[in-house]
Structure formats: C-alpha cells, structure tokens
Design a protein around this ligand. Structure first.
Ligand code: HEM
Length: 543
C-alpha cells in the first residue's frame, strides 16, 4: 500500500519525491514551521504598512516570482504520459539491448509536442509533432527523440538555428507564425531546397494529426546496433499507432484552434483517464553496416531521406502502452530532459551530421533551461538503474556524496570496479561500448558528400504516392500558406521548387496565388539516384 503522506510530527514518512513535496497535516513554511495564517500579511495595525519581518509573505512571493523556467527553444508546447514498453525478443539478432528482450517490461515517459509554437499556442496548427520517448531500462536511460515525420528539414545541424529562426516569429513584430512562418519560412525552404521534402510532408495531411494517439513516430536518423556476437547493423526506428494514422481536415483544424486550443492534450489525457490506453508498436528497418552506409542508392546518413518500407520492411520488435497521466505538469512534462546521446549497450549513433549536432545541443540547452548541471537528478529524469558517477556539486545538487576521492582509480575510497566488464554475455555487468567503426579519412573540410545534393527525388516520390484527394489538400495547403507571404519574389522562388516536384502541383498553386506558373519545361534539379525508388511509382502507400 502507498506510504502515508507524512505524520503530524513532520518526520519524513517516505523517500518518494512525490510525497516529499507535501507532508503532514499542517500547512508550513518551506522550512517546516507550522503556519497559523496564510491569507493576511503582517501589518502595523489592520490598516497599517506591511512589515518587512513577515518572512512567510516574502518567502511565498519570492517563490511565486520564480515559478517559471525558460520554455524550450523548440517543442515548447507538449503533453506527456507514462507507460510501459514490452519487448518481443525479435530484435535479438540486431541489438543486445535488454529493453528488447522477450516479455521484458520497461517503464517509459513519452512527450508529444508541436515544434514552433510557444507554450501557450494552439494544438491543431500545421506543424511537425515531436514524439520523444524515455525508456528507464535496467541498463540506464535510452531516449528515442523522434518526430511524426520521417525526414528532417536540414542535413547538417549547423543550420538548425537558421531554420528555426526562419520559422519562429519575426524579430521585429513577434507575430506568431506556425509552420507557415510565411516570408522567412518560405524564403528559407526555397533557398535551402533540402528542406522541400520535410515541407511537403507538412503541407500534406500529416501536418495536422487527428490525435497524438493516431500518429506514427520516427527516430529519423540511422542508428547503429550491436548484437551479442558483436555484429553491427544500421537501423531506423518506427512507431506504428494501433489506432492507425489519421488527420484532421484543414477546416476542422481551424475550428478546433478556436473552439479548443488544447484539443490534442485533452484527447490524450481523457483517453488515458477513461482506460482507452494509446498503443504503438515499435519496429525497425535493418540495413547492412557497409562502409558506404548506403542502401539501394539512398544515403543512410542523410536525414532528409527515408527508406521506403517496400524496400526495407518494418519489423516489429515491441509494444508501447501509455497508461498513466502525469501527476504534475511542471515536475514531469516540463522538466523532462531528452537527449539523443542517452544510449544503452546495443544501441549507438552514427556520423549523421544532424545527429552529431543534436548530441551537443540538448545537453547545452538543458543546462540553461533546467538551471544547472544536475537535472538528471530530477525525479522524471532519474534512471531506474543504479547511478555511480563522479559528477559532484553544482547548482541544485540534491545528493549527499560521501568519500574523499571523486576520481578513479583511487586508493582512498576503496576504488571502484568502474571498468565494467564488456562481456556481452553478462547483462548484469556489461558496459556501453561505442561500436568500433572506421571513421572516414582525409582532410578536415566543411563539406558534404555529393549524395546530399539530391533534394527532389524523394519529394517527387512522396507526391506520386498520394491519392487525388491528398494531392488536392497539399496544393491547397501550399496556396494558403504561400498566400500569407508579403514578398512576391519568395512565392515565385517556391513555385520554381514546386515545378521540380510536379508541373500540375506547381500550376495549381500558381493559379491559386494569381501568379504565372514557371515554365513546365524547366530541367529537373537532379536525376533520381536510386532506380529502386523510381520503380515504386504510384504504389507506395503513404497514408
Ligand atoms: C527538442 C526532435 C533536430 C535541438 C526536441 C524535441 C523533439 C525533437 C521531439 C522535444 C523533446 C521534448 O519533448 O522535450 C528532433 C528531431 C530532429 C531534431 C526528430 C531531427 C531528426 C534537432 C537539431 C537540433 C535540435 C538538429 C540542434 C542542433 C533541439 C533543442 C530542443 C529540441 C535545443 C529543446 C530541448 C530541451 O529544451 O529539452 N527535438 N529534433 N533538434 N531539439 Fe530537436
């Protein structure tokens, strides 16, 4: 049974941090002194000035004045839930991670989000959705920090501040701009055409999901997994919702933004509260770990590309069920800190330059957002595995470390077998070991491989896969969003990009904008590099 939330003596009744917050029957100060009045400040007479000695007043206001922390620079608006992940055991040939073991249940916390809006923005805007999962495995925390769209805007994380600046409110007027950030957003994607693939997914019905429960999730990057024999594979992660993928119509989304700006977070919380627990299956696409890191002409290190499921089927490896709402939004949903570098034995990153930049960025932003370096001690971030690190002190340190020698090896604190065995057959002691891969040799350069120059072949593939109704929605979305631009030159430049995708799409949007369509004979920006892709034609089911 749950421990009593405290005793009248004020003695701590439990170490559970949820109970540590509020104990005992009496209202107290933060230092545990019982209060007799919290509604009247201490004054010199009933109509007199307030006295500086009123510590309770000053403590109450001081704490209130500092209740807000900075919102996330992106993905500020989110909703989250607790749940569990159960492995099927089918990933054993690919990864030794215990989280995938057959029947093993791992607690998880999942945060869904929009990307561009502030904390108080509406839910049903046209935007990408975040789908971030924290697995509290017995081997430490694994975070799969994905989106509901399988590709990303940019190929190199060095452009992330640029694409986000282009999508966020303009610096002068601070007019909130959703995905349709209008002049600056369309300026960016028409000048950096690698962004066209992600953008057409946003302009499709995928940009306005019906519910968080009805979204796919994608790890986007290619990861490198190691099995118990030490063999490595390249892997892409996919979440498939049990309820299927569903979207709102544009008209529904517009009305909901007015009627119920909290539509998605309400839907998630209500479903869980009523026992209709949302479910997803986790699946993987597996590729040979070849030195080129290519598959069927597709560069696996380019996050603006996906691998169609017809070419590499998604193989189910486990099931996720969300069955509990957070108790406290701030403590859990707001303070959770995901990180692409939180990996466990059997799952490693790759040299995708987008992923590499993310590995720096999350830690850095959380240092500011969560007020110092000890945010992994917060209850929502704390691993469910023993922690024995040499990190000491710092702002908001809540651990009382003992000993005199926070270094290893040492001869004062009895040392520590910190060189955990790397024996993969011994899950109790195995350590995280980076996969031993050869890094490419050559000169230091600010450059990218030639395969990254293909910006349109997969955009055309996406367009070809859509039904007539879906194509109509895409054309209308481009027309509406581009119609918000003030600068005609930006609209014209984006029409040139649309001409590279499909002349009919381009002509429809041009007509909607009241502009002439660019010459349909404009040469394609690049040939389709993968023969396998061009054979997929109209048969590739996207929705
Ligand atoms: C936050 C996904 C690329 C920087 C997030 C979140 C998600 C996400 C889901 C919200 C996490 C949460 O709910 O707390 C992705 C995906 C990417 C991507 C799928 C590409 C495949 C990038 C890049 C950078 C970046 C390239 C920077 C170089 C950030 C930052 C946050 C964030 C700073 C806020 C984190 C925090 O305050 O805790 N991202 N992101 N992201 N992302 Fe990304």
């Amino acid at each position: 049974s749950a421990p009593a939330p405290g005793s009248a003596t004020g003695a701590p009744a439990t170490t559970d941090p949820r109970h540590r917050a509020q104990q005992g029957r009496w209202l107290t100060t933060a230092t545990g002194v019982r209060l007799h009045d919290t509604d009247h400040s201490l004054k010199a007479g009933p109509r007199g000035p307030t006295l500086l000695q009123d510590h309770h007043l000053r403590e109450k206001l001081m704490h209130f004045d500092h209740e807000r922390i900075p919102e996330r620079v992106v993905h500020a608006r989110g909703a989250a839930a607790h749940g569990r992940f159960t492995g099927y055991g089918t990933a054993a040939s690919v990864s030794l991670a215990s989280v995938f073991d057959e029947g093993r249940e791992t607690p998880v916390f999942v945060r869904f989000s929009t990307v561009l809006g502030s904390r108080g923005s509406a839910d049903t805007v046209r935007d990408t959705r975040g789908f971030a999962t924290k697995f509290y495995t017995d081997e430490g925390v694994w975070d799969l920090v994905g989106n509901n769209i399988p590709v990303f805007f940019i190929q190199d994380g060095i452009k992330f501040p640029d694409v986000v600046h282009a999508g966020k409110p303009h610096p002068d007027r601070e007019i909130p701009q959703a995905q349709s950030a209008h002049d600056s957003f369309w300026d960016f994607v028409s000048l950096h055409t690698e962004a066209q693939h992600h953008t057409i997914w946003n302009m499709s019905d995928r940009g306005i999901p019906r519910s968080y429960r009805m979204m796919e999730g994608f790890g986007v990057h290619t990861f490198r997994c190691t099995n118990a024999e030490g063999a490595t594979s390249l892997v892409k992660f996919h979440w498939k919702p049990k309820l299927g993928v569903h979207s709102l119509t544009w008209e529904e989304a517009q009305m909901l933004n007015g009627f119920d700006p909290d539509f998605h977070r309400r839907d998630l919380a209500d479903a869980i509260e009523s026992g209709a627990f949302p479910e997803w299956e986790l699946g993987i696409q597996v590729f040979e770990d070849n030195p080129e890191q290519m598959f069927e002409g597709i560069d696996l290190l380019d996050s603006t590309k996906l691998v169609p499921e017809e070419l590499a089927p998604v193989q189910p490896i486990g099931r996720l069920v969300l069955d509990a709402n957070p108790t406290n939004y701030f403590a859990e949903t707001e303070q959770v800190a995901f990180h692409t570098g939180h990996l466990v034995p059997g799952i490693d990153g790759t040299d995708d330059p987008l992923l590499q930049a993310r590995n720096f960025s999350y830690l850095d932003t959380q240092l500011t957002r969560l007020g110092g370096p000890n945010f992994n001690q917060l209850p929502i971030n704390r691993p469910h595995a023993p922690v024995n690190d040499m990190l000491r002190d710092g702002m908001h340190q809540s651990a009382v470390h003992s000993g005199v020698a926070p270094y290893q090896p040492n001869s004062l604190d009895g040392g520590c077998p910190f060189h955990a065995t790397t024996d993969p057959d011994d899950p109790a002691t195995r350590a995280f070991v980076e996969a031993m891969v050869t890094v490419s040799e050559g000169r230091k350069v600010r450059a990218q491989p030639a395969s990254y120059d293909d910006h349109f072949s997969q955009v055309r593939l996406f367009w070809r896969s859509l039904t007539p109704t879906e194509r109509e929605h895409v054309a209308r979305a481009y027309t509406f969003e581009l119609g918000k631009c003030y600068e005609q030159a930006i609209k014209e430049r984006q029409l040139l990009a649309l001409a590279q995708i499909d002349p009919v799409l381009c002509a429809e949007v041009a007509q909607g904008l009241g502009l002439p369509a660019p010459e349909p004979t404009a040469p394609l920006a690049d040939p389709d590099p993968s023969p396998a892709l061009s054979q997929l034609g109209d048969t590739w089911p996207i929705a």
